[in-house]
Ligand binder design. Structure first.
Ligand code: SF4
Length: 203
């Protein structure tokens, strides 16, 4: 049975797609299909009814719920938006972890559809310039991707969504320093997060 929902450190995470246009060198998907005992491989992407059924098995209060699958959540955008709306109606704080390329993926501006449904967006940055990002994350959108990530984060912030960039702690210090400078210049916080190297020992 597919795991559309998983728990880490007492918080709820949603796995709504395995698709992603990046091939990040640090992606935990290249280690294994499993994460802390959950098989994250989906036989099919869930629709809203699948997500509602999974969420309705949880007790209130839901607390914080994060779209953070084994893939880029904006690939399954219809499910994301409807599920986020439902989570808000259940009083949850809704977060989205994204590679920031959802507007290229969906070929339209998705930010107005996220506003009011997503409380907080974490945009994976990891490098401060196009070439370095290309070499680290190999985005299918090529050199367009990095500019788009920055503009997406800016638009989210302007739309009133609490916005932050993230970087993994295994990238070189010089890259982290450059990301910090870029984020500060944009007035967006940067969080350096621990890289997960062991899929079964998430700390
Ligand atoms: S954007 Fe996320 S899911 Fe996609 S390859 Fe990179 S780390 Fe993996």
């Amino acid at each position: 049975m597919d795991n559309y929902l998983y728990k880490l450190k007492g918080k709820i995470y949603l796995n709504i797609t395995n698709r992603c246009g990046n091939r990040c060198e640090f992606c935990i998907r290249s280690n294994s299909d499993a994460l802390v005992g959950y098989d994250m491989k989906l036989s099919r992407e869930p629709d809203f009814e699948d997500m509602k059924k999974a969420i309705d098995e949880l007790p209130d209060p839901l607390g914080e719920v994060t779209f953070c699958g084994y893939g880029e959540p904006t690939y399954n955008f219809d499910t994301l938006v409807k599920t986020a709306e439902y989570l808000k109606s259940r009083g949850a704080k809704v977060r989205l972890n994204t590679n920031g390329q959802g507007r290229l993926i969906n070929e339209r501006d998705i930010v107005p559809e996220l506003a009011g449904k997503i409380d907080e967006v974490s945009v994976s940055l990891n490098e401060a310039d196009r070439g370095a990002y290309q070499n680290l994350c190999h985005p299918k959108f090529g050199m367009f991707a990095h500019d788009e990530i920055l503009d997406f984060a800016k638009s989210c912030k302007e739309a009133g969504i609490s916005t932050r960039f993230t970087a993994v702690d295994i990238i070189p210090n010089v890259s982290i320093r450059r990301c910090r400078k870029l984020a500060a210049d944009m007035g967006i916080p940067l969080a350096v997060r621990q890289h997960i190297s062991d899929n079964e020992k998430y700390k």
